[in-house]
Each structure stands twice: as C-alpha cells, then as structure tokens.
Design a protein around this ligand. Structure first.
Ligand SMILES: Nc1[nH]c(=O)nc2c1ncn2[C@H]1C[C@H](O)[C@@H](COP(=O)(O)OP(=O)(O)OP(=O)(O)O)O1
Length: 199
C-alpha cells in the first residue's frame, strides 16, 4: 500500500512593485520561505505542509499558509496546479504526495513565523542554490502555470511530477514532469476532498 503522507503547497504570486498584472513573467514574484525548524531546515521551500486528520486538502493549505506566513487565502482563490510525488527510497517514511496550488489574492500581511521566514523572489530569478536540488526541475514551470491561472484565469494544465531522491535524501535520482492536456476551469477548483480520495 502507498503510505505517502498528504501534503499541500500554495504559491502566492503578485506583480512586482510598479508592474501590472498584464506583465510577463519578469514582472512577477512568488512567495517562498526559509525553513527555520525541523524537516528541510535551512532550505528555501514552498509554503504549506501536512494535511491533518479530518481536513480536506484545500482546508489544510489555507491553514498552513496562515500558520506559516500569516496570509489568509479564501478557498475560492485557490487554483489547483497539480501534484508532486516526492519519493525517498532510502527513507520511505519521508515519502509525500504534495498537492500544488497558486493564489493571487489573500488577506492580511505576510509575516514571519517560528517555522518560516517569508521571502519574495522573481519567478525568473529563483534562489536555486538555497532550495532542494530538485527545485530546478519543477518550481519554475509550476510558477508559469500559476501565473496563467492567476493572471489570465485560463484553465491551463494540471501537472503530475515525480521526484525520486538519491540515497543521500537530498540530491535527485530521477525527475519526471508530465503536463496533462489543458483542462477545464472545473479542474482548477480547490480539491475539496479528504486525502486519499480521488477527486
Ligand atoms: N524534495 C523536496 N523538494 C521540495 O522542494 N520540497 C519538498 C521536498 N520534499 C518535501 N518537500 C516539502 C513538501 C512539504 O511542504 C514539506 C514538508 O515539510 P514539513 O514536514 O516541515 O511539513 P509541515 O510544515 O506540515 O510540518 P508540520 O507542521 O509538522 O506538519 O516539505
């Protein structure tokens, strides 16, 4: 049985100061965070975390964003972008199935928490040297999907990404990125289902 943990991440995106929502990718930045505690401490990561018992995936990502960086994202503002399967063959307890979202609208100020120091980065100038080595395979393409969803409201593509970590649980053994055929707007709705239940 696949016992990977259920995790959800949300990329908040905004136009760079003085730029318009119609600008190309150079005019946009995304919220990442320096992990200060526990798993992946010292790495720059996406904002999010584990789905807890009794929560839907969408409820979990809203809660994690609020806990980690203080922003309140209405579930109606979540754009579903796809899923990443992180596999750690040398440490299967760390396996994660991670649902990806974007949001371009939220309430409250972004602020630091005990777990995360938030950092805005241009979507074309990501801090790869401070991220997981696998970030180079998937973060930028996912942010392009995020921009399409948030800026243009297009249905876009749902992505399925498979990252298998090397024996050191840090470097990449293999990476695969599949973009589904462009979906419908309905595919973009928040995944309002319990973890493990197929939407
Ligand atoms: N290879 C990898 N590359 C990457 O970029 N992010 C990864 C990754 N493997 C795991 N992650 C991310 C997905 C998820 O957001 C996070 C899980 O870390 P944590 O255990 O810290 O989760 P939580 O923030 O939920 O912690 P809790 O608050 O204890 O639930 O790590």
């Amino acid at each position: 049985m696949d016992s990977a943990a259920s995790v959800a991440l949300c990329f908040l995106v905004r136009p760079v100061d003085g730029r318009s929502v119609r600008d190309g990718a150079d005019g946009w930045e995304a919220l990442l965070g320096l992990k200060k505690t526990g798993f992946a401490r010292g790495k720059v990561v996406g904002i999010g975390g584990h789905v807890e018992d009794g929560e839907t995936v969408a409820q979990a990502v809203v809660r994690e964003v609020r806990e980690e960086v203080g922003a309140v994202v209405p579930q109606t503002e979540l754009h579903h972008l796809g899923t990443i399967r992180f596999r750690f063959p040398a440490r299967p307890a760390w396996d994660m199935d991670t649902v990806l979202y974007a949001a371009g609208s939220w309430e409250g100020e972004i602020s630091e928490s005990a777990e995360i120091a938030p950092e805005w980065h241009g979507v074309n100038s990501l801090p790869y040297a401070r991220m997981w080595p696998d970030a180079g395979y998937w973060v930028q393409p996912i942010l392009m999907e995020a921009l399409a969803a948030v800026r243009e409201g297009t249905a876009g593509h749902l992505s399925t990404i498979e990252i298998t970590l090397a024996e050191d649980n840090h470097n990449v053994a293999s990476a695969r990125y599949d973009r589904a055929a462009a979906g419908t707007e309905a595919d973009r709705r928040p995944l309002d289902v319990e973890p493990g239940v197929t939407a």
